[in-house]
Design a binder for this molecule. Structure first.
Ligand code: PMV
Length: 351
C-alpha cells in the first residue's frame, strides 16, 4: 500500500449534516518510536500494547458549510488552541478526505484519565478523531471494508500524532517497516500478525503518576532532536532489531526476555534525551527510586514485574495477571509513596 491507495476514487455524496462518534484507547510502547522523517514517518519501527481503561471518547457533529471551521470542546469547555490545531490537521487530510473543508465541525471530546495526569492524550485523541472521520467518510459514500477502514483510520491518525496510529487496533500493534513483519509499513500501523503466547494477552499495566505536570520538552521537539543526534543511527538499528526479537518473544512466551527488551527500550529512549543537544532529562528523582525498588523486588521475589517509561516521569508497571496479588501489595506498600498525590491508574492490555 502507498499513499495513493488512501485517495478516494469517486466523489462523495451531499449530506447536509450528521454526527459520528468513536472511542479510542491509549497505548504503551514496548519498543519505542523516537525520531521521524518527512511527514510523520517513523525513523524506526515500534510496537505497543493498546490499553483498556485509558481512552478518549469523541463525537463530531458536522454541517455543510462554505465556511470551513472547527470548534473543539474538551469536557464541554471550548478550547481555542486545540480548535486551531485540529483545523490545521483536518486541512492536512484534504487529499485523502476531499470533503473535509466543505463542512463546519463541532467536536466534543473527553478522556477517561485526568487531563493533568501527565498521560499523553494525543494517541487516544487523534485515534478517536481519525475513527470519527472514517465513519463520516463512509456516511458520505467512501466504499471500504472493515480492514481498510482500520488501515485508513490508522493512516489518518498518524498524520496527527505518530504513535496514535497504533491505538486504532486492540491488542498489539506495530508501526514502521521491519523485514520480519511482512505487512508492516511506515504509513500506518498493523495488528501484530502472529499468534501471541497466552501470558502476553493478560498483561497488566499499572501507571504510577510521578509527575502530573506539563513536561518541559514536548515529544515534537524530542523527535526533532534525533536529527543529527550522535547515536541516532545506532539507536534506529537497535530498535529495529529489538522489534524483531520482541516479535519472537511475544510468540514464544518468554517473560524474562520480554522484560529485558522492554526495560532496555525505556532506558534507551531516555538515554537519547540525555544525550541530545541541548540535553534534557524527563526523569524525576522519584522515577529512579521506583526503578531501583523494582529491580530489588524482582531479585527477591522471583516475580515478573517490569517497567517501561513514556516521554515523561511516570512509570508503567507491566506484569502478568497471575502475579497480580503479590505485585499489587508491593506497589501499594513500597511504590505508591513516590507518586505525586498517591495517584495511579490500573490498566491492562485490551484484546
Ligand atoms: O506520537 P508522539 O509524537 O507523541 O511520540 C510518542 C513517542 C513515545 O511515546 C515516547 C514512544 C512511542 O512509541 O509511543
Amino acid at each position: 500500500m502507498n499513499e495513493e491507495n488512501f485517495i478516494p476514487t469517486h466523489s462523495h455524496k451531499e449530506v447536509a449534516n450528521g454526527e459520528v462518534k468513536a472511542r479510542c484507547s491509549s497505548n504503551i510502547a514496548l519498543v519505542k518510536y523516537w525520531g521521524k522523517y518527512d511527514f510523520q514517518l517513523p525513523a524506526n519501527p515500534s510496537i505497543s500494547y493498546t490499553l483498556t481503561n485509558s481512552f478518549t471518547e469523541t463525537s463530531i457533529t458536522f454541517k455543510k458549510s462554505n465556511d470551513f471551521s472547527v470548534e473543539l470542546y474538551l469536557d464541554n469547555q471550548f478550547q481555542e488552541k486545540f480548535s486551531s490545531k485540529i483545523y490545521t490537521y483536518f486541512l492536512s487530510l484534504k487529499r485523502f478526505l476531499p470533503f473535509i473543508d466543505s463542512y463546519s465541525y463541532s467536536i466534543y471530546t473527553k478522556n477517561s484519565f485526568p487531563h493533568s495526569s501527565g498521560i499523553a492524550s494525543s494517541a487516544s485523541g487523534f485515534g478517536a478523531l481519525a475513527k470519527c472521520l472514517m465513519e463520516m467518510s463512509e456516511m458520505l459514500g467512501e466504499i471500504t471494508t472493515e480492514e481498510f477502514k482500520l488501515m485508513k483510520a490508522s493512516f489518518l491518525a498518524r498524520m496527527g500524532s505518530g504513535s496514535a496510529c497504533r491505538s486504532i487496533y486492540s491488542g498489539l500493534a506495530i508501526w514502521g517497516k521491519n523485514s520480519d513483519i511482512p505487512s508492516s509499513s511506515d504509513l500506518y500501523a498493523v495488528s501484530f500478525p502472529f499468534e501471541i503466547a497466552p501470558i502476553f494477552k493478560e498483561m497488566q499495566d499499572t501507571i504510577l503518576l510521578v509527575d502530573e505536570g506539563q513536561k518541559q520538552v514536548s515529544s515534537t521537539v524530542g523527535h526533532s532532536l534525533m536529527n543529527g543526534h550522535p547515536y541516532a543511527d545506532l539507536r534506529f538499528k537497535e530498535a529495529s532489531k529489538n522489534l524483531s526479537d520482541m516479535s519472537q518473544v511475544l510468540q514464544s512466551g518468554d517473560l524474562e526476555q520480554f522484560g529485558k527488551i522492554v526495560e532496555h527500550e525505556a532506558l534507551s529512549l531516555h538515554a537519547m534525551m540525555m544525550t541530545s543537544s541541548p540535553a534534557y532529562i524527563l526523569f524525576k528523582p522519584n522515577t529512579l527510586a521506583i526503578l531501583d525498588k523494582i529491580w530489588k523486588f524482582r531479585r527477591e521475589s522471583n516475580t515478573h514485574l517490569y517497567f517501561t517509561l513514556d516521554a515523561g516521569a511516570n512509570v508503567h508497571l507491566l506484569y502478568p495477571e497471575k502475579e497480580k496479588g503479590l505485585i499489587f501489595s508491593f506497589i501499594k506498600n513500597d511504590l505508591l509513596k513516590y507518586t505525586e498525590n498517591g495517584n495511579l491508574i490500573l490498566d491492562k492490555v485490551i484484546f
